[in-house]
Structure formats: structure tokens, C-alpha cells
Design a protein around this ligand. Structure first.
Ligand code: ADP
Ligand code: ADP
Length: 230
């Protein structure tokens, strides 16, 4: 079978700045990956290449064997293979939580509105904010907003779920409720790629930890090896 995600000799520049340097990476179906490393090391750029939010300057990115580096952003969205959760939630502020979760399943997924609403409610219940479905994002706490964003991603039923620093914008008391949801998802057999500084989550939920520095993956290890004393 195909890898869930493959990066082959991926390079990315921002002007003269070399943000990703010859990245080779294979992620197997159902693998749970944590990407960590210092600020500016290329973590966000790397994960954004897996959803075609960034396009490498050279090299190839394949999702389930399909090369997305030459495809349009719309064509990649139409594959419906990848969902993403962002640091800043990126919810639509003038739509309710429920509407945020039904929009893409109706427009891209071909569901009827009642079908999309039933599905959205089930995922909002799963992240334990079913009772907030009629509210606007601004009426929710940060932790609730991030759980709504997770439900929105889940509502498209992607096989690969990407998280880009999902707890970095949250107050400390809300971090745990989001990590608890992510830990539960990690037990469900989806492929997960998480950029995070939460090393407790990495130790508990990851199969592999990648450590990036200056545009390179300089360590790729199991949690046991990663956390072993040198
Ligand atoms: P990380 O997620 O590890 O903090 P990023 O991938 O966000 O790192 O950024 C890597 C480097 O590329 C940083 O120095 C950042 O400032 C730079 N960078 C990221 N996006 C852009 C952009 N759109 N334009 C110019 N520089 C960028
Ligand atoms: P995040 O950490 O959530 O990925 P950032 O704060 O690193 O977000 O970046 C937010 C946006 O700004 C991204 O689109 C990124 O590509 C862009 N960006 C980051 N660094 C730079 C930079 N040095 N110059 C221009 N754009 C940048």
C-alpha cells in the first residue's frame, strides 16, 4: 500500500531564506507523528506542505500515493484525505458552531443539510461541546473554539489529520481539554501529524517524534528513544 504522506527531497524558500532543506519523510497509514523543535525551524511550513497550503520550490509531496505538488488547492481539497486544525482556530466568526461544521460537508462533501447537521452534532458531542452548537465562536472559550475546529475537521471524515500548534494560543487551563480530545483521537486509527510543544502528549500519544532544526529533521525516533537519557 501507499504511505499516507510522502515528502521527497522537499525544499522551500521564502525569498532567500531556506525554510525546508531536502526533507525526506514517509508517514505510514495510522501513524501518529509529533513534530517539535525551536521556533522558526520549519515545522509549520512542513505540515502546511501536506495540505498544499504551501507549495515546495522543489521535490514532491504525495498523499496516499497521489502527487499533490502539481495539483490545485481545490483538487487537493476534493481528495478529502486531509483535515487540518490551526493554532488560531480559523473558525468563521459570523457562522454558528454548527454552521462552521456543516459548510464543507455540504459544499465539498455532497451531503444534504440534514445529513451534515446530524454528522456535525455527532462530532460536536464527541468533543463535548454539543450544547454549544447554536452559539457563535466569539461566545465560546478558546478551548471550546479549538474543540469546535477539531469537530469541523472531523466532519469531513479525513483519513489524515494535521494539527499546527493547536494549544499554543490557549490559556493553560484550556490546554488539557484540547489535549484530551487529541489523545482520544490518537487511539482511533487515523493518521495524525501534530506540530506541538506538548511533550507529555508526545510521550503518551505519538508513535514517532520528529525534531526539526533550521529546516531539517535532525531526529526521528520513538518516544522511548526520544526521551531516553543520552
Ligand atoms: P516553525 O513552525 O518551526 O516556527 P515556520 O515554518 O513557521 O517555523 O517558519 C520557518 C521560517 O520561515 C521562519 O523563519 C519564518 O519566519 C519563515 N517564514 C514562514 N512563513 C513565511 C512567509 N510566508 N514569508 C516569509 N518567511 C516565512
Ligand atoms: P503559525 O505559527 O500559526 O503557523 P505564524 O505566526 O508562524 O503562524 O505565521 C502566520 C502566517 O504568517 C503564516 O501564513 C506564515 O506563512 C506567515 N509568516 C510567518 N513568518 C513570516 C515572515 N517572516 N514573513 C512573512 N510572513 C510570515
Amino acid at each position: 500500500g501507499h504511505a499516507a504522506v510522502s515528502l521527497r527531497q522537499v525544499d522551500k524558500y521564502y525569498g532567500a531564506y531556506h525554510a525546508l532543506r531536502s526533507i525526506d519523510l514517509e508517514i505510514a497509514p495510522r501513524e501518529r507523528i509529533v513534530i517539535c523543535g525551536p521556533s522558526g525551524s520549519g515545522k509549520s511550513t512542513l505540515i502546511r506542505c501536506m495540505n498544499r497550503l504551501e507549495v515546495p520550490d522543489s521535490g514532491a509531496v504525495l498523499i496516499e500515493g497521489a502527487k499533490i505538488t502539481d495539483a490545485s488547492r481545490e483538487a487537493v481539497a476534493a481528495l478529502r484525505a486531509v483535515g487540518m486544525v490551526f493554532q488560531q482556530f480559523n473558525l468563521f466568526p459570523h457562522k454558528t458552531v454548527l454552521e462552521n461544521c456543516t459548510l464543507a460537508p455540504v459544499l465539498l462533501g455532497g451531503l444534504s443539510l440534514p445529513e451534515a447537521e446530524a454528522r456535525a452534532i455527532s462530532y460536536l458531542d464527541k468533543v463535548r461541546i454539543g450544547d454549544q452548537a447554536g452559539k457563535y465562536p466569539g461566545q465560546l472559550s478558546g478551548g471550546q473554539q479549538q474543540r469546535a475546529a477539531i469537530a469541523r475537521a472531523l466532519a469531513m471524515e479525513p483519513r489524515i489529520l494535521l494539527f499546527d500548534e493547536p494549544t499554543s494560543a490557549l490559556d493553560p487551563e484550556m490546554i488539557k481539554e484540547v489535549l484530551d480530545v487529541m489523545t482520544a483521537l490518537a487511539g482511533e486509527g487515523r493518521t495524525m501529524v501534530c506540530v506541538t510543544h506538548e511533550m507529555g502528549f508526545a510521550r503518551e500519544a505519538a508513535d514517532r517524534i520528529l525534531f526539526m532544526d533550521q529546516g531539517r529533521i535532525i531526529e526521528d525516533a520513538s518516544p522511548a528513544d526520544f526521551f531516553a537519557a543520552p
